[in-house]
Design a protein around this ligand. Structure first.
Ligand code: EPU
Length: 304
């Protein structure tokens, strides 16, 4: 048995796609679900935050208290032998979504390619029901495995998960793995599957600042009307409100896609937060729309 001290790192950097922001007082990278459970029990009375790929995360400059847990070492993916109509793939929470998509397409399995270009771990993608114009994670989830904060293992079938737009209702759990139900594509259809993957990537490259440091879309797309399932692009609204190019310190609203805030060299998390607040104010004052944040902000002292 390992002691938890072996995997605890003090004053640790928290890697995020913004490439700025504060550090963790304590960070651990458990190597098994058993170690993860031990951490949950040992830190039962402390704030615990789960780090995915850091692709949708901003950490305030003063850093965070309690324990940050990265599941990057739980990264296995297992493909079951496909039947004619279905193929199951089980991926651990720390596995990277882009790699899983590439591998699924290589094996001629359809269903994940619509999520191409979304940087995420499996756990992060499931908990926020990541997606875009071509599909969302909930389209292919068959089952989720998780631990409760008390360390109990639970398995939740798709029918019991209340997925919505960028929402899973699973935030109270620590996701440890997800099983996806994919569709085997006959050999003759596989070039079209590979083409679809390229098409989704090309759309993103053409419409988004992929090379810049950012956390993708900062705000959720608001409903077109209260209760409506139709959504309007937050990027288009921010653009219409005249915010493209708005810059504070090193943080700037991308001229390429207005829902991206890009972090230039020297940018701080405070710069990004101030730009988000300015964008919220302009869109509210000029268009009467209240934007909701998609990017998660971690702050010291706030309950996770
Ligand atoms: N538009 C503008 N100005 C802008 C940005 C967009 O006029 O600055 C217009 C576009 O020209 C287009 C429309 O708004 O006519 C929609 O734009 P886009 O296709 O880029 O889609 P989106 O709704 O802005 C969503 C997701 C993205 C995802 C894309 C493509 C959200 C919040 N955003 O953006 O997801 O990549 O579809 O699939 O749901 C993310 O969640 O991090 C993210 C980037």
């Amino acid at each position: 048995m390992t002691t938890l001290n072996e995997i605890l790192e003090h004053d640790a950097a928290i890697p995020t796609w913004f490439h700025c922001g504060g550090r963790a007082d304590l960070l651990a990278r458990p190597r098994s679900v058993g170690e993860l459970r031990d951490l949950l029990l040992a830190f039962a009375s402390e704030p615990i935050r789960i780090l995915g790929d850091g692709a949708n995360l901003l950490v305030a400059d003063e850093g965070v208290d309690g324990l940050v847990i990265s599941l990057e070492k739980l990264d296995r993916a297992e493909f079951d032998t496909p039947t004619r109509h279905s193929a199951l793939v089980r991926a651990e929470a720390g596995a990277k979504l882009p790699q899983l998509i590439t591998e699924a397409v290589r094996r001629g399995l359809a269903g994940l390619e619509t999520l191409a270009g979304i940087p995420a771990t499996i756990g992060g993608a499931v908990v926020m029901n990541a997606g875009g114009a071509f599909g969302q994670v909930s389209d292919v989830v068959a089952e989720v495995e998780a631990l409760t904060r008390a360390g109990a293992e639970v398995r939740i079938p798709r029918a019991e998960i209340h997925f919505g737009y960028r929402h899973s209702g699973l935030n109270h759990l620590i996701i440890t793995a997800a099983t996806f139900a994919l569709r085997p594509v006959p050999a003759a259809g596989q070039p079209a599957l590979r083409e679809k993957l390229k098409e989704v990537m090309a759309y993103k490259k053409g419409s988004q600042p992929m090379a810049a440091h950012s956390a993708g879309c900062c705000f959720k797309n608001p409903a077109a009307a209260p209760g409506s399932d139709t959504r309007v692009s937050a990027g288009r609204l921010i653009d219409e409100a005249g915010c493209k190019g708005l810059r504070i310190g090193g943080a700037e609203v991308s001229a390429h896609h207005a829902n991206f805030i890009v972090a230039h060299p020297g940018c701080t998390a405070t710069d990004v937060i101030r730009v988000m607040e300015e964008v919220e104010r302009h869109v509210r004052d000029r268009l009467g729309v209240r934007l909701e944040r998609e990017v998660v902000v971690w702050r010291r002292g706030e309950s996770p």
